[in-house]
Structure formats: structure tokens, C-alpha cells
Design a protein around this ligand. Structure first.
Ligand code: OSB
Ligand code: MG
Length: 368
């Protein structure tokens, strides 16, 4: 297979709600879409999950555009590819920039699946017909709003509730939620807001039967995460700490976590995501698919990945309507009783809607 044309688009879409974490709020979601065409005119789609500011990782929409335009697209265009795994090899000389790599690799995976006439889920080795999903709720203005939102998401069928915490918005929050919902599958994501000096706070959280605590400590603090995991029975789940297969291997070796949240963009693409999935399976760690407030294309890739068998915990891949008035794919991602049906059509199994995309596109460039 050869890619003979790539269209790069920069989109801006307003979410239904501001998403608030320990780092601040975002509501206008900017992201890139990669459209790759092969020599037969087939189209594959990828989405970059980098945000417009570098709070989650060092990457941004602009750094991704730069990396794709100046290095990655030239390395992939007109290059013979026998398998999507080869994209990573061609880009290996470029350090990091995982989200940009993942966006172009994702388009090749979709194309490759379409060429083989199989679903992306099948091509990756996934056999699930449906996947379980949870919901990630940002910090809210008031306790009442948070409790109401949790109730409405439970009513919609979501299989677990994840809330964001930070020092000062933690113990009381969890205590209150547990008072109203004593047994729901509940977890908390700190996005690195704590250090080991706060261990007393995290030990207190340990009493509320949380499914896991996600990324309590700093991105580089694997040793401290290991110390913390020894002190608490709630499983630690790593998110921001894991960028590569090697990171996962180190975390497992150090007992820094019991669960890993895999995000395709954070780890540089589906090939690496699958390797991390397999490694975790061999070592008895559960994984789940994280979310980056994706539009439909990125969401479709997440669904395909989650079809792999060791994704045993509900992911953050909520339905399109949770985030968007109108998503950029047809059909939109629909959650029923907490499940999403894994598409069986070739490739990602959802068709990007060009009219809708055009409406939200603020920059576009074609490479041949
Ligand atoms: O830490 O998992 C996170 C969103 C943006 C950046 C980081 C995270 C999140 C979420 C939301 O928790 C997941 C989603 O609904 O896409
Ligand atoms: Mg997280």
C-alpha cells in the first residue's frame, strides 16, 4: 500500500460543557484530522488528541501540525507500507511527539483495514461485539450539580463514574458521593495533583471502596507511585506516566500501579497500544481505554482498540451526544445501557461527515 495524498485539517468544536480538571477548564476543543488516500482512492482517517495548550502532555495542536507537515507526512507519503506497524518504524527517528505519530498511524490502520475488508477491531485482534463504557465527570460548581450529573449518567446506563479530584476537592467529595451512591463503581482521577506529602489524604480516600485512583502523583514519579501503592489497597491506575511499552514495563516491574489507562495518542498509536495491552495481560494487569474528549474519528479508534480482550474495565469512551451537539461521523457513537456496539463494517466503521467537518475546519492543507 502507498499513500498518495494526505489532507490535514485543523478543527475547532465547542463542547456542550466546560471540562474542568486540576489544571483548569476547556470547552472549545481544537484538534487535527488526518485524511490519507491510497493509490486506489480509498480513504483512511486519523485524529490527533493533542489539545490547544500543553497541560496534559507537552504536545499541542500547533506542534502536531508542525511535526506532521514538516516531518511525518513527508516520511509516509509515497512510502511502500506492508503493515501499519511500519509507520512507527518510519517515524522512529523522530523523538516523542506521540500524538502526532498516532494521528497519521491511525489513518493508515483505518486504510489497511479497509483494504483487507475487515473492521479495525478485528484487524487489531479484538473479538468483542460490544464494549462497556463509563463516564468521566469534570470538577463541578457545586456538590448538588455533581450529584445530579452522576444520577443522570447512571440513568443513561454508564457502567462506572469517574470524577476529577484535587487537594481540597477530594475527601468530602467522595464522602458525599458515597453517602448518596454507596455501591456504584466509582473512581477518582487526580491528573497528578498530589505528591507523597499528601499521602494522608490518599490514605483517607482508600476507605471509600474506589475501583482505582488514577494518576495521583507526578508524571515522572514512578518510584513514588510504587511507594504509595504499597500503602493503600485501592489500585493505582497510571495515565500520564505511560508513554511507551518501556514505561509500562518499568511501572509493572516497580509495582507502581495495578491498572493502566491506555490512550492511543499518548502512547504513539495503535501498534504501541496493542503491545502495552499484551504486556499487561501477560502480567495480570487490567487495562481500560482512556479518553481525550475526542470527536468521532478518535472515538472510533478507541472503540476498536477496546474490543481487545484485556480491556476488562469500562473505558472513558462515552457517546457522541455527551460531548457534541453534532459529531463529525455518521452514525454517531451511541451508548445503550452502558454498552457501545463494536462496528463490523470495514475500517473504523463510522463515516466522517464532510459537510460537518467543513463547518468546523479553520485550516486545511493538502499534501501530494
Ligand atoms: O485524565 O483521563 C484524563 C480528558 C482530557 C484529558 C485528560 C483526561 C480526560 C478525561 C476525560 O478524563 C475523558 C473523556 O471523556 O474523553
Ligand atoms: Mg486521567
Amino acid at each position: 500500500m502507498k499513500i498518495i495524498q494526505i489532507t490535514l485539517r485543523h478543527l475547532k468544536m465547542r463542547m456542550k460543557f466546560p471540562f474542568v480538571t486540576s489544571f483548569g477548564a476547556m470547552q472549545d476543543k481544537e484538534f487535527l484530522v488526518v485524511e490519507a488516500m491510497d493509490q486506489n482512492g480509498r480513504i483512511g482517517w486519523g485524529e490527533s488528541v493533542a489539545f490547544d495548550t500543553p497541560w496534559y502532555t507537552e504536545e499541542t495542536v500547533k506542534t502536531n501540525w508542525h511535526m506532521l507537515e514538516d516531518f511525518m507526512i513527508p516520511a509516509i507519503l509515497h512510502t511502500k507500507l506492508h503493515h501499519p506497524d511500519e509507520v512507527g518504524q518510519h517515524l522512529a527517528y523522530i523523538r516523542k511527539n506521540n500524538m502526532a505519530k498516532s494521528a497519521i498511524e491511525g489513518a493508515v490502520w483505518d486504510l489497511f483495514a479497509k483494504e483487507k475488508r475487515v473492521s479495525l477491531a478485528k484487524l487489531l485482534g479484538g473479538n468483542k461485539e460490544k464494549i462497556e463504557v463509563g463516564i468521566s465527570i469534570g470538577l463541578q460548581q457545586s456538590m448538588d450539580e455533581l450529584l445530579q450529573l452522576i444520577q443522570s449518567k447512571l440513568n443513561e446506563g454508564y457502567k462506572r463514574i469517574k470524577i476529577k479530584i484535587k487537594p481540597g476537592y477530594d475527601i468530602q467529595l467522595i464522602q458525599e458521593i458515597r453517602k448518596h451512591f454507596p455501591t456504584i463503581p466509582l473512581m477518582a482521577d487526580a491528573n497528578s495533583a498530589y505528591s507523597l506529602e499528601d499521602i494522608h489524604l490518599i490514605k483517607e480516600l482508600d476507605q471509600y471502596n474506589l475501583m482505582m485512583i488514577e494518576q495521583p502523583l507526578s508524571v515522572d514519579d514512578l518510584i513514588d507511585h510504587a511507594k504509595l501503592q504499597k500503602e493503600i489497597s485501592t489500585p493505582i491506575c497510571l495515565d500520564e506516566s505511560i508513554h511507551t511499552y518501556t514505561d509500562a514495563r518499568t511501572a509493572i516491574k516497580l509495582n507502581a500501579c495495578k491498572i493502566i489507562n491506555i490512550k492511543i495518542g499518548r502512547v504513539g498509536g495503535l501498534s504501541e497500544a496493542k503491545k502495552i495491552h499484551d504486556l499487561c495481560m501477560e502480567n495480570g494487569l487490567a487495562v481500560w481505554c482512556g479518553g481525550m474528549l475526542e470527536a468521532g474519528i478518535g472515538r472510533a479508534h478507541n472503540i476498536a482498540l477496546t474490543a481487545l480482550s484485556n480491556f476488562t474495565l469500562p473505558g472513558d469512551t462515552a457517546g457522541s451526544s455527551h460531548y457534541w451537539e453534532q459529531d463529525i461521523i455518521q452514525p454517531e457513537v451511541i451508548v445503550e445501557n452502558g454498552y457501545i456496539a463494536v462496528p463490523t463494517a470495514a475500517g473504523i466503521g463510522y463515516e466522517p461527515n464532510r459537510k460537518t467537518m467543513e463547518q468546523f475546519t479553520i485550516r486545511e492543507k493538502i499534501f501530494t
